[in-house]
Design a protein around this ligand. Structure first.
Ligand SMILES: CC(C)(COP(=O)(O)OP(=O)(O)OC[C@H]1O[C@@H](n2cnc3c(N)ncnc32)[C@H](O)[C@@H]1OP(=O)(O)O)[C@@H](O)C(=O)NCCC(=O)NCCS
Length: 254
């Protein structure tokens, strides 16, 4: 099962000013928060924690009948940046790691997170605001199939699809837990038409393993995308098992 949640800073306006809501952070997280240098990073980081903690709180309540305080759900990052969650026993004890796979994305005033209850089903999410950019600015980032697709869609939809192509690369990058940078053409997607942009739409994912040599990539992939206001949301999953059945009903809103 995969649960996802999108939140806007409008759900708690001081978030937009980088002010932590009372009761959100564990002391360990508060110490990390105070080390963040720029106002923008503080705002993004907080919005990601706000969204991820609400998502995990609901998942724990629905699945296990537990309803921990938000400050007990501690979000930390692996060395490479991938997030994970722990459930703290108290203010001093860091507690045990939750057996879930978590992914976080934040942009401007939106946070988007997903959690897979199956730790071997790796999840990656991304949210990007749709902005007009000349097609030439994207050309180097697209695979030949994506370039071909972008030329065929009507002009009014090009910005959405170009944003989608970039976003899904980031989502797959996160699902694979890659570090550093990857060659953008290594990850290619093919949207299925006709799309219903305000629902989740499936995406075919192609990976060129010769362009990603830093980590294992074999397995089964699936991704989805949707548009909300002027944002593209993408969610990718990866299982190391070959030929695994990854169907649309895995996706559950929280
Ligand atoms: C790491 C990266 C994917 C983050 O994406 P972003 O658009 O800058 O920012 P987002 O808000 O969407 O995501 C940030 C979150 O991703 C998570 N993250 C960071 N590194 C990660 C990694 N290696 N794997 C999984 N998740 C990661 C973190 O939770 C982070 O938020 P936090 O630091 O507040 O906890 C991006 O900065 C990056 O380096 N991308 C690689 C560039 C590239 O080669 N792109 C082509 C893809 S083929």
């Amino acid at each position: 099962m995969l649960y996802w949640l999108q939140q806007s800073s409008a759900s708690y306006p001081p978030l937009a000013a980088g002010q932590p809501p009372p009761g959100l952070l564990h002391p360990e997280e508060m110490a990390e928060f105070t080390r963040l240098r720029t106002p923008r990073r503080r705002r993004d980081w907080l919005l990601g924690r706000w969204t991820a903690k609400h998502l995990l709180q609901r998942v724990l309540a629905d699945g296990e009948g537990r309803y921990p305080a938000l400050s007990r759900i501690v979000i930390a990052n692996e060395r490479g940046g991938a997030p994970y969650a722990r459930l703290a026993d108290g203010y001093r004890h860091t507690g045990c790691r939750l057996p879930y796979c978590l992914s976080i994305s934040h942009t401007g005033h939106r946070g988007f997170c997903a959690v897979s209850l199956e730790p071997a089903l790796f999840v990656g999410v991304d949210i990007e605001r749709v902005v007009a950019r000349p097609a030439a600015a994207w050309e180097d980032l697209l695979s030949p199939a994506e370039r071909n697709f972008a030329q065929r869609v009507i002009a009014g939809e090009q910005d959405i699809y170009l944003t989608l192509f970039w976003s899904v690369k980031e989502a797959v990058f996160k699902a694979l837990r890659l570090n550093g940078r990857a060659v953008p053409q290594a990850i290619s997607c093919e949207p299925l038409l006709p799309a219903r942009p305000h629902d989740w739409n499936p995406l075919g994912i192609d990976l060129d393993p010769t362009l990603i040599t830093s980590a294992p990539t074999a397995g089964t992939y699936r991704a989805w995308w949707r548009v909300d206001d002027n944002y593209v949301l993408t969610l990718a999953i990866w299982s190391r098992a070959q030929g695994m059945s990854l169907t649309d009903d895995l996706l559950l809103a929280c």
